[in-house]
Design a binder for this molecule. Structure first.
Ligand SMILES: *Cc1c(COP(=O)(O)O)cnc(C)c1O
Length: 417
């Protein structure tokens, strides 16, 4: 029995689908300790948009460590933090005419979500939050209360309250007009719906099965929030930092959310970093009213700033992500059409793509077959029925083709054709 099986808690999950010991990683590949390469279409669940050990980011990190740059600094002013804030402002916020202040809420995505929920409740004096079917916002209690998955929710051990789920885009396959139910409840003083402080939403539900909301739906939601004086929180933890093409996944909808949660790839190098962006008028917390020890991991500031400089000074990455995404989407559509009797569905936007199978067992078998062929791909969705593709955005065209060929062969091996 390995030390992992002996000592590490049974709660571990990814290591079950990929039972090898990884050692090195470069670009789009992870290498097991025996040297076997794996093409990584998982990319740290979207934390590695710029690939593993990206050489530009690595050099910036090595230089910073070598000159004894500050590593840990709570929320003190540092040169690294100044550089990050200036780069975020200059390369991301100003060109998009977004006026946000920046909260450093702690290192993970759930920290960014908790900060947004707490602040929304403080600003509005209301408790209730609207979330959406199949949402995923993290595993801490506040974030879990707005998460859909029943297995994850049941881990809370206490009632998860103050959140009301509404149907996400296409939940009824177009049978009802968007927001018919939501707005009826808001308008009806007899509906029993508590007045919400905020709505929290992902533009593409990553963990929920790669459900991509339409731009009209997102605009409709933003308008509804404005009409009813509800704060709009976009959880861009997984779909931000260019995953769908533009830096923020909501840009194509032309909306300006009140708060935006970022984590996963914002640190650039896979180092922990999260940001909660808030409209300036929401900046009402007293000094220290929200706090935490690891809100100033300066090496992550260094790689975050370097990533924003390297990849977001022009629109090259955005364009290439859109193009690669179209290609992946078309290939998945082709696979789906090759098995009409199995009802496969190609889903997603940009380089967040999914192939939905009839059930989780088949999707799991396809991912296992892909692993045998040297490709890392996880499942998502309420019943793990969607094979999910999140390659690094820096993936080469030949790596995209290689991954798609493996997926094609894996589906063939499982569905027998
Ligand atoms: C991963 C994720 C989170 C939680 O981030 P952690 O770093 O795991 O806490 C929250 N929201 C979304 C959309 C995510 O994908």
């Amino acid at each position: 029995m390995s030390i992992f099986e002996k000592l590490e808690s049974e709660v571990r999950s990814y290591s079950r689908g990929w039972p090898v010991v990884f050692d090195r990683a470069v670009g789009s590949h992870l290498y097991a300790e025996d040297g076997k390469p794996y093409l990584d279409f998982f990319a740290g669940a979207g934390a590695l948009n710029y690939g593993h050990n990206n050489p530009v980011l690595k050099q910036a990190l090595l230089d910073y460590i070598a000159r004894d740059g500050v590593t840990h600094a709570l929320d003190m002013f540092t040169v690294a933090k100044r550089d990050l804030l200036e780069t975020l402002q200059g390369n991301i916020l100003q060109p998009r005419e977004l006026d946000y202040k920046v909260i450093f809420p702690g290192p993970g995505g759930a920290n960014a979500v908790e900060a947004a929920l707490k602040l929304a409740r403080k600003v509005t004096g209301k408790e209730s939050v609207i979330n959406f079917t199949n949402a995923f916002h993290g595993m801490t209690l506040g974030a879990l209360s707005v998460t859909g998955n029943s297995m994850k929710r049941s881990g809370a051990g206490i009632p998860l309250v103050h959140a009301t789920p509404m149907p996400y885009d296409q939940y009824f396959d177009g049978a009802y007009p968007d927001f018919l139910y939501f707005e009826r409840l808001l308008d009806d003083s007899g509906s029993g719906l508590n007045e919400p402080a905020a709505v929290i939403v992902e533009t593409v539900q990553g963990e929920g099965g790669i459900n991509a909301a339409g731009m009209d739906w997102l605009r409709g939601l933003s308008d509804l929030c404005q009409r009813h004086n509800i704060l709009l929180i976009i959880d861009d933890v997984q779909m931000g930092c260019g995953r769908t093409g533009p830096f923020f996944s909501f840009e194509d909808a032309g909306i300006k959310p009140d708060m935006v949660c970022l984590s996963k790839s914002i640190g650039g190098y896979g180092l922990p970093l999260a940001l909660t962006l808030i409209k300036p008028e929401l900046d009402v917390w007293e000094p220290g009213e929200h706090n935490g020890t690891f809100r100033g991991i300066n090496p992550a500031f260094v790689t975050a700033a370097e990533a924003l400089r390297t990849y977001w000074s022009d629109d090259e990455l955005e364009k290439s992500t859109r193009a690669k995404g179209e290609r992946v989407g078309a290939a998945l559509q082709g696979i789906a059409e090759a098995y009409p009797e199995h009802g496969l569905l190609a889903k997603g936007r940009g380089l967040a793509r999914g192939l939905e199978f009839a059930n989780g067992e088949i999707a799991g078998q396809v991912c296992a077959a892909a692993f045998e062929r040297g490709l890392l791909m996880e499942t998502s969705g309420p019943d793990s029925e969607v094979a999910k593709l999140l390659p690094p955005l820096t993936v080469s065209e030949s790596e995209v083709d290689e991954g798609l060929e493996i997926i094609d062969a894996s589906v063939k091996a499982v569905l027998g054709k």
